[in-house]
Design a protein around this ligand. Sequence first.
Ligand code: NI
Length: 138
Amino acid sequence: MSAKAFVTRRMTFSAGHRLHNDALSAEENRLLYGKCSNPNGHGHNFTVEVTVAGDIDPRTGMVFNLRDLKKVMTEVVEDGLDHKNLNLDVPAFKGVIPTAENIAVVLWGLLAGRLPPGALHEVRLVETENNFVSYRGG
Ligand code: NI
């Protein structure tokens, strides 16, 4: 019997960012991003939910060992992003506007490279209580 399941682990991190497109004027940035374009940035307590998918291994009863997922997420999320300024401190955001959408995409790339091929199903980035983004590759 093969049964496909989805396993999710959640992790929080605090980080600062500024939404700003260098190709636009100050006024255009203000109209587009509002306060999020303030020159000195602002912070969020982000939550990221990482979902892996696969068949349940009959030997272990698991899709993926959560201990291994936790290790990968600690490297990528906690060590890589926590208490950083995304614009200035994190090389993966060089030239990337760190919107919630782009944070999800960047996290996908960093996580996918450390997980077995095809295991990663979704990265969900929660920026505020009411705003979140899901990315499934592609
Ligand atoms: Ni923000």
